[in-house]
Ligand binder design. Structure first.
Ligand SMILES: [Zn+2]
Ligand SMILES: [Zn+2]
Length: 293
């Protein structure tokens, strides 16, 4: 199995001279099994460049797993060019939102509305199947097994574990470790704390011993102090998850939009200084970075 980052930015694309090294496209990860089956995690703007590489190999079959439907994770879908050509097969996987009851087909059809996009959904020529994933229910794609787990975010968000060819990775999508909504003096504090600990244990088990853990690490501790509840992790929380889950490699991603290449270089240097035992297994995700197991 191998994977490649096509988009590592959070929230909004950030092209420009200050993001050349790490890249300015929003979230997209390409996974290839040893049998060359194509799995894509999220369809941020990075999926456009990935699509260019697929055109020469058409017809293709692509399995796109969406962590959640915030714009930065779906905005590239209408620009995934294989959808415009017949004989391509696109399987689009995502959750059913408990608030709106909508399935993943809504993510694409909403973007293709008359007001927002020049091409209508009926003009897509590929065969597109929409598949609903459910927590803990493993989906088989060729030789790969993909298992979704719900991770805390201000909308339904799945982290995905991918097992294939004797290797594994876990991608969080957007994830903020939940905090206790009760004050210590409240009656419900202890029971809610128990619930959170149980959920945390489930998450660690889902990530256990993966070869690559790819986590939302949008913020520094200082930034996070004023952004509680925005749904994102920190560098510190990413490292904590990797330690607890015994991940073999940790990739920090979903870079905060104002973060420049120089900022990320500095953060990386500081993290390596603070966590020397991560010296050979901590990486800042950047566009184009490809990892083979
Ligand atoms: Zn995001
Ligand atoms: Zn989000």
């Amino acid at each position: 199995m191998k994977f490649k980052f096509w988009g590592v930015r959070g929230s909004i694309p950030t092209p420009g001279p200050q993001t050349v090294k790490y890249g300015g496209n929003t979230t997209c990860i390409e996974i290839r099994t040893n049998r060359n089956e194509l799995i894509i995690l999220d369809a941020g703007t990075g999926i456009h460049a990935l699509a260019q590489t697929l055109l020469r190999d058409m017809p293709i079959t692509a399995h796109i797993f969406i962590t959640h439907t915030h714009w930065d994770h779906i905005q590239g879908l209408p620009f995934f060019l294989p959808i415009f050509f017949k004989n391509n097969r696109i399987n689009l996987y995502g959750g059913q939102d408990p608030v709106t009851d909508e399935n993943i087909n809504r993510a694409l059809s909403a973007q293709l509305q008359y007001s927002y996009f020049p091409i209508h959904e009926a003009q897509l020529k590929a065969r597109i199947d929409y598949l609903t994933v459910r927590p803990g229910e493993t989906v088989s794609v060729g030789s790969a097994r993909i298992t979704p787990i719900i991770l805390n975010h201000p909308v339904l968000n799945f982290g995905y574990r991918v097992d294939c060819d004797g290797a594994s990775l876990f991608f969080t999508g957007d994830f903020e470790s939940p905090i206790n909504i009760y004050q210590p003096e409240d009656d419900n504090y202890a029971s809610y704390r128990g619930f959170l600990l149980e959920k945390h244990q489930e998450i660690i088990e889902a990530m256990q011993d993966v070869d690559a853990l790819i986590v939302d690490s949008s913020y520094t501790d200082e930034e996070y102090a004023t952004r509680l509840g925005w749904g994102h992790g920190t560098y510190r929380s990413g490292i904590k998850l990797a330690s607890e889950a015994n991940a073999k490699r940790l990739f920090l991603t979903h870079h905060e939009p104002t973060r420049t290449d120089a900022d990320l270089d500095l953060i990386y240097r500081d993290l390596l200084e603070q966590h020397p035992r991560f010296a050979d297994k901590l990486f800042i995700a950047r566009e184009g970075l490809e990892v083979c197991f």
